[in-house]
Design a protein around this ligand. Structure first.
Ligand code: G3H
Ligand code: 13P
Ligand code: ZN
Length: 330
């Protein structure tokens, strides 16, 4: 058993309380590699922001759970080395799909887990989330559960269609599960292709997607005043990164994300955790493609991973400062 407190990590409870009260959101960045971890820590330290570093089941399969946990431990020590005396770093399991996986993470240094039973029938989702909460709370690990279904495909959790969260269910669900935060579905989705061009409106040559269902978010907030709400699928898919990827040999068509103004708006509400993964993937790939195209003789991974890390760090800082507003909140 490895307790997250011994690794210098924190759970989400206090940071969510402050974020809801302060009208900002905590960034939840996925990581699979050391360079992503370093970029996240550098960005969080420079902006004095709390941060959630999250690991999916796919990330654990790719990088190995023990290695990722030790990267998170290293992240705390690295943040201190960079001059941050008291970093607030959460190691979170993203989209846990079984009690066993959540338990394994809780037993091995995670400070927060998500149990994603959103594709199960309502009562089964409640029973599974409740079981995870009962186990997690014994170790002061916080639990995110999900109600409503996001469209999009992840490694292990996938759905072709989205179903918005029903506000009439949220009180019953959060009370009976005892979860610490609730992920909702209001029109975001996973990946870099969140909308088809046909779903968008052309404004000044730019495809603008339909707005998120803020009416549903506000209804949920009314039912659960002050309760921490989570938005998944919140990458914005920056055009400049997509253009760079395509300019240097990539082929990404109709990549469309969530406009940042809408995420800024959501951050001011009870939405206190915003999940971003695809934007990091795009920033990394764009920088690597550009570097290799401009330096065809380079073959030392450090030569192209360094600009990739810089580009991700720039993106993380931008999200923290200009979109989520968690800068200076340590
Ligand atoms: O929401 C899912 C994250 O983007 C993780 O994706 O399962 O491909 O690691 P992944
Ligand atoms: P994006 O694919 O929009 O980055 O969403 C990531 C996410 O929700 C991780 O859980
Ligand atoms: Zn997600």
């Amino acid at each position: 058993m490895v307790n997250y407190k011994d690794l210098g990590l924190v759970n989400t409870r206090e940071m969510f309380k402050r974020a809801v009260a302060g009208g900002y959101a905590i960034p939840a960045f996925n990581f699979n590699t050391m360079e992503q971890m370093q970029a996240i820590v550098m960005a969080a330290v420079e902006t004095k922001s709390p941060v959630i570093m999250q690991v999916s089941k796919g990330a654990r399969n790719y990088a190995n759970g023990t290695i990722l946990r030790n990267l998170a431990k290293g992240a705390v020590e690295y943040a201190k080395e960079l001059g941050c005396e008291h970093p607030e770093i959460v190691l979170h399991l993203d989209h846990g799909d079984s009690f066993e996986l959540c338990k394994e993470c809780i037993d091995n240094g995670f400070s927060s887990v998500m149990i994603d039973g959103s594709s199960l029938p309502y009562e089964e989702n409640i029973a599974l989330a409740k079981k995870v909460v009962e186990y997690a709370h014994q170790f002061d690990v916080t639990v995110e559960a999900e109600l409503g279904v996001l469209a999009g495909v992840e490694d292990e959790v996938s759905s072709a269609e989205s179903h918005y969260t029903k506000p009439e269910e949220v009180i019953d669900f959060s009370t009976r599960t005892g979860c610490d935060s609730l992920a909702i579905s209001i029109g975001t989705s996973h990946g870099a292709h969140k909308f088809t061009p046909e779903q968008c409106t052309l404004v000044n040559g730019v495809l603008v997607p339909p707005p998120l269902a803020f009416d549903i978010l506000h209804e949920i907030e009314k039912k659960l005043p002050g309760f921490p709400i989570v938005l998944h699928g919140s990458s914005s898919v920056p055009m400049e990164e997509v253009n760079t990827i395509n300019k240097y040999g990539g082929h990404l068509e109709a990549a469309i994300g969530i406009p940042e103004e809408q995420l800024r708006e959501a951050s001011k509400s009870a939405v206190c955790k915003i999940n971003i993964d695809s934007d990091s993937r795009l920033a990394m790939t764009a920088a690597i493609r550009k570097h290799l195209a401009e330096h065809p003789g380079d073959f030392d991974p450090r030569q192209y991973l360094k600009p990739a890390r810089e580009n991700m760090k720039k993106m993380y800082i931008h999200k923290i400062v200009n979109v989520l507003g968690s800068n200076g909140k340590l």
